[in-house]
Design a protein around this ligand. Structure first.
Ligand SMILES: [Zn+2]
Length: 358
């Protein structure tokens, strides 16, 4: 890894403490986890935040070779107990410096699915806390023709020598969390909101007949890499990813049935996998029993860690519970607060009962 010129540590944000401002504790947790720095491959800072949050709630916590954080909660049922794996990815999309020009402007490559349209005028933040602005070449380009190679990052330098970042330095989007009441907005809801769901389920799950593995994965945005290796290690009997999915409820949106506020979305299919029908039914039946609103999801583009878990070793029945999210892969991803709470409730209900997949 190239060393950033002034890199010292992963600064926790020193902005106001949401707890003291009377913010709902679940919103405060979401703010802390989504605002944390952690592009794919550089998840150390957010992993330490999560490890602190779950301290004392699991029987075993370990970090594997790729950096996945694996917390095991032992079941109370007779052995052999089913192994249930929940996965949510810690990494966020980002950019990485490819070179610095003579005037100190940085050029970059994407980390994961970064859309050029979402960048101009936005900000990013490097591991050493340096903030940059995405600028774009104006000459010889029309307003609509925005491609990544026509964009650059302005870090406030005046020359190559006084640039506070260097080649190989990664950055994530940088925007504050916003509380709109029943809707909350932040960068990296994909998939820090899944991490928030796993943290809360681990805290609220009193007991389960099954051994439950809460896996906070790395490098999902660049190829489901952490889920691939951690599922191989855990060898689950059942796997459920928790991630975000798009919606069809904004003006002139792509046709999609999922809407904010209608409950967590139970995945049926996406571009990478078909959910195992028994897992889909388990989630839907449990939601019905517990009177938790839910909706079904068919997503035409994109996939999740469930795809990797499903095809590990000789295969695992897998599914995915998605938090409906608007403006995915932009610095302002919006979710519904009730959908978040109902996602937590549904998984606590599923894990609390004797699971039979038929
Ligand atoms: Zn995701």
């Amino acid at each position: 890894m190239a060393t950033a010129k002034k890199a010292t540590h992963f600064p926790l944000l020193d902005n106001d403490d949401p707890q003291s401002s009377g913010m709902h504790p679940l919103k405060a947790l979401t703010k802390r986890i989504t605002e944390a720095y952690g592009p794919s491959g550089y998840e150390q800072g957010v992993r330490e935040l999560i490890r602190d949050e779950i301290k004392g709630f699991a029987d075993e916590v370990r970090v594997d070779a790729l950096g996945n954080l694996i917390a095991r909660k032992k079941g109370t049922g007779p052995t052999p107990r089913k192994k249930v794996m929940l996965a949510a990815h810690m990494d966020e999309i980002g950019v990485i410096v490819t070179h610095i020009d003579e005037k100190g402007f940085a050029r970059f490559a994407p980390i994961g699915g970064v859309y050029p349209l979402t960048l101009f005028g936005q900000r990013c933040r490097f591991a050493n806390g340096v903030v940059g602005v995405f600028g774009r070449e104006i000459k010889d380009s029309t307003a609509t023709e925005v491609t990544l190679n026509k964009l650059f990052i302005d870090v406030g330098a005046t020359s190559k020598d006084d640039a506070p970042v260097g080649v190989g330095d990664p950055a994530g989007f940088w925007r504050d969390f916003s509380d709109l009441g029943n809707r909350i907005v932040s960068k990296a809801m994909d998939d820090r909101i899944g991490c928030v769901v796993l943290i809360e389920v681990l805290k609220q799950l009193k007991k389960s007949p099954h051994d439950v593995y809460f896996v906070f994965t790395v490098q999902e945005e660049v190829g489901l890499r952490g889920a691939t290796t951690s599922a191989y290690g855990v060898q689950p009997d059942l796997a459920i990813a928790v991630d975000v999915t798009g919606t069809g409820d904004t003006p002139e949106a792509n046709t999609m049935a999922v809407q904010l506020g209608k409950g967590p979305a139970i995945k049926v299919k996406d571009a990478g996998m078909l959910a195992h029908p028994a897992v889909k039914n388990l989630l839907a039946e449990t939601a019905k029993e517990a009177k938790i609103p839910y909706q079904f999801e068919v997503l035409t583009g994109g996939t999740t860690d469930a795809m990797a878990m499903q095809t590990t070793r000789e295969g695992v029945p897998a599914g995915c519970l998605s938090v409906p999210t608007r403006y995915v892969h932009t610095p302002s991803e919006m979710i519904d607060f009730n959908d978040l709470q109902n996602s937590i409730k549904l998984l606590v209900a599923v894990l609390g009962k004797q699971i039979k997949l038929d």
